[in-house]
Design a protein around this ligand. Structure first.
Ligand code: AMP
Ligand code: MG
Length: 395
């Protein structure tokens, strides 16, 4: 049986970054930038005031000055600084003349009359936001490969880069199999259960910046599964996920259907607990995964394998394992398969610790609300050893 680490290596060899496209900023959130972004002009492009107060000549000492006007943010800078003995009212963000400029904060002045002002301190240049103090025209602001998030999108907006070049988002189809499943809105009859994997996968894909382009639930008959399977492939997904039916039971059609559609099956089991029956397959332009139906197995397989492929397709690095110490009194049950144990961070001062959470079996969803990582428990786990954790963004 293939190990988790071996499967990672195999998956890395299957996936290369998807093509690039230009998208408007709101659609670029979570995407990987595929071009270098240069500053088109100095940042900031002109000297600006960082305060509400007054603009005077640099040689102006403290004392009485005459108010001769106002500069508001958004107006062009005056051609020159005010003459000695005079001041201009300025507000935060006001454009300033390029030379002989000093500022004084409103709090350091007192109005002597409607047009006269006492400067209680000598004015300074401290509160000027200098042109090019953040970047010069031509400087690199963002490198290719950067993840676009709120901060980087705002930076792009600030320089008018409204359609960045990014890796196209992965298109994912999700086929959910199981005659026992009913929709979450339905009251299950005796023996039925509600389908929770459709909701789980849709939410995990949203978190992973992938597009769920097709999702359907079918019973266990070979014919209906094959029909739905053809529908999923017709949607041209980059990734096809099939929930349930990954094992060798009478209702487990995934491997046979994949093979019939020309997929190469790379593995049908992985030495992971939970998550053992796990199919990885590929054909030109599509990677398929058969995931075990149990919800916790689903969660683990998604984070271990599907997220990794999504990262590779986006042209990003997969989430890295983090080293940590086990919280005292942690109760772990090692298994001959490597276990990926739901856990939560429990920081104690400078030491990063993880606390394994109690879970009954791979159908146990109750633990997922707390889970912030998957703790890798090797078959030969030893008490007190340093551990590795795969962080999960789910709280
Ligand atoms: P399977 O992998 O199809 O053998 O299913 C394994 C277990 O997971 C069975 O107990 C199923 O009832 C359960 N299961 C399968 N699919 C789902 C689903 N979509 N939502 C919740 N439980 C499921
Ligand atoms: Mg099933």
């Amino acid at each position: 049986m293939i190990t988790v680490a071996e499967l990672w290596t195999l998956l890395d060899s299957l996936a290369s970054p998807l093509p690039c496209e230009r998208v408007p900023l709101p659609l670029a959130d979570g995407c990987i930038l595929r071009e270098t972004i240069f500053a088109p002009e100095d940042q900031p492009p002109f000297d600006r005031s960082a305060i509400d107060g007054y603009l005077v000549h640099t040689d102006q000492p403290a004392g009485l000055v005459t108010l001769v006007g106002t500069i508001t943010p958004g107006s062009p800078a005056p051609a020159a600084s005010p003459a000695l003995g005079t001041a201009l009212r300025i507000l935060t963000g006001s454009a300033l003349p390029a030379s002989n400029t000093a500022l004084i904060m409103q709090e350091d002045t007192a109005l002597a009359s409607s047009h006269q002002l006492q400067l209680l301190q000598p004015p300074t240049t401290r509160h000027i936001r200098r042109r090019a103090s953040q970047a010069r025209a031509g400087d690199i602001l963002l490198s290719s490969g950067k993840l676009l998030n709120a901060g980087t999108l705002a930076l792009l907006a600030s320089i008018g880069a409204t359609h960045p070049l990014v890796t196209r988002r992965a298109r994912v189809a999700h086929l959910v199999t199981g005659g026992e499943l009913v929709s979450p809105q339905t009251l299950p009859a005796q023996g039925q259960i509600r389908d929770s994997n459709s909701t789980l996968v849709a939410a995990l894909l949203r978190d992973s910046n992938a597009d769920l382009i097709w999702q359907q639930r079918v019973g266990d008959s070979r014919t209906s599964t094959a029909e739905a399977f053809a529908g999923a492939l017709a949607a041209s997904p980059d990734i096809l996920l099939i929930s349930g039916g990954a094992s060798v039971g009478d209702h487990d059609h995934t491997a046979a259907l994949l093979a019939a559609q020309g997929f190469t099956i790379h593995c049908d089991k992985v030495a992971s607990r939970p998550g053992k029956p796990f199919i990885a397959a590929s054909r030109e332009g599509c990677i398929a995964f058969g995931l075990p139906g149990n919800p916790l197995s689903h969660f683990v397989c998604f984070h271990l394998f599907v997220k990794r492929i999504l990262a590779r397709l986006a042209g990003a690095e997969p989430v890295a394992l983090v080293h940590a110490k086990l919280a005292p009194d942690s109760k772990l049950r090692p298994d001959e398969r490597e276990t990926w144990w739901p856990c939560v961070w429990a920081d104690e001062g400078a030491t990063r610790r993880v606390l394994p959470l109690p879970w009954r079996d791979s159908s146990d969803l109750t633990v997922l609300g707390e889970t912030t990582g998957l703790l890798r428990v090797p078959a030969t786990a030893q008490a007190g050893a340093e551990v590795e954790v795969l962080p999960c963004k789910c709280s």
